[in-house]
Design a protein. Sequence first.
Length: 477
Amino acid sequence: MLRPWNLTIDIDRSSAKAIYIQIADNVAAAIQSGRLPKGTALPSSRSLAAQLKVNRNTVIEAIQLLVSEGWLLSQPRRGIFVAAQLPYGSNLYTEQKIAWSDHQAPQRIIFDDGNPDSKIAPVEQLGRAYRQLFKRSARWKMMGYADPRGHIDFRQEIANMLNIERNMRINEDHICISRGSQMAMYLVAQCLLQHNDYIFVESPGYHSAWKIFEKAGAKLIPIPVDENGLKVEELLPHLLKKNPIKALYLTPHRQYPTTVTLSKERRAQLVDLSNKYNFIIIEDDYDYEFHFEQAPYYPLASQPELINNVYIGTLSKVVAPALRIGYLATRNEYLLQQITELRSIIDIQGDNIMEQAVLELIQDGTIRRHIRKATQLYKKKRDFMVAQLDKFLPDHVDYTSPKGGLAIWLSLKHQIDWALLFQKLKEKSVHIPHPENYTKERTFGGIRLGYGSLSEELIKEGITILAEVLEQSKLQS
């Protein structure tokens, strides 16, 4: 493919900033400004290195960084292209983050629903692991087709992690690697659910998962959530009706969106009901790694009494959202075989090279060190967020300080005009997740605010603006 132009990149060789970071800065800025539209082919690493008069490995490092962050896409035998879907709300290079509303207005302060801070992602270590892989004498073996369940060494390491840290009893034959937890959920739904099957879901809950289950033809039965998690006693009336209830989907560790933890008593009740009525528990453990105080509860999947379950996890929040590696674990051999067959049809295999690169980071301790560092940072941000809520929002919201994770749930003390709220926030260049993301009700009782990806400065400014706008949007009772 001919690229009849040179990409203008300014390099300051006297700067303390690494040259590959400067290259990445320039490319990311060009993408954000629209100078490099989506789908644009970049020059080859060789020609770009010659143009910039730098070592080719320096250019490769910059490209790998941008690929891992989601700005660029590598297409085998074709080249490197600007990604069709840019990383939402994330910018590795600047403190201020940019999103686009329906009218293409930039929003300066983005409270997402719980994304990690991409600026602390171990991208340099990941790039180094990539390079080491390609230096190995048997590197040609990585370029062929692999097991659709994922590389066996990587599956073994994930199984080890789940057994040691989460008290599970599985091996690599119970694991399937996927491109993020969303894909894992889709595979499970397509292989488990049929038209007019029923599935229990939490209310409020994870809307993206609901859409996956409905796409498979299932009907949702919403079960309310309180301060102790899913109200398990409300399952029984539906079970006694003898409807074809196939599964329950829940987030027991840190319920989405409210962040509450399912109590021990309800966990035991849920296991008993699942075994008695033969429905599968689909457990989505989306941010288990980040806990701030006491040790977290082990997953439901760790309980040996539980017969029917699928456990879903992700590394995207551990490393970076653009790193699309999720996994599912189940002892149901028939279901896992169906999932493997479907995976091989739609994707043939996962990202074998990425799996081995991340495996290197797990085995050399990089991931563990990163989790420890990230947990300390997120706890500091949580504490800062709580201090701002206490200072600016005591008249508007109640909350419980989360024991971990990347977001906080605010219960509103009064009714508000939601349309006016979002209009005012937009005028102030502030974004918050819309409650339609986690409920189908017409009335919304709370707001989920992520703090992991924002600086303390932007958290404070955002909460100050939110307090002002909540007062303006308050409905008179």
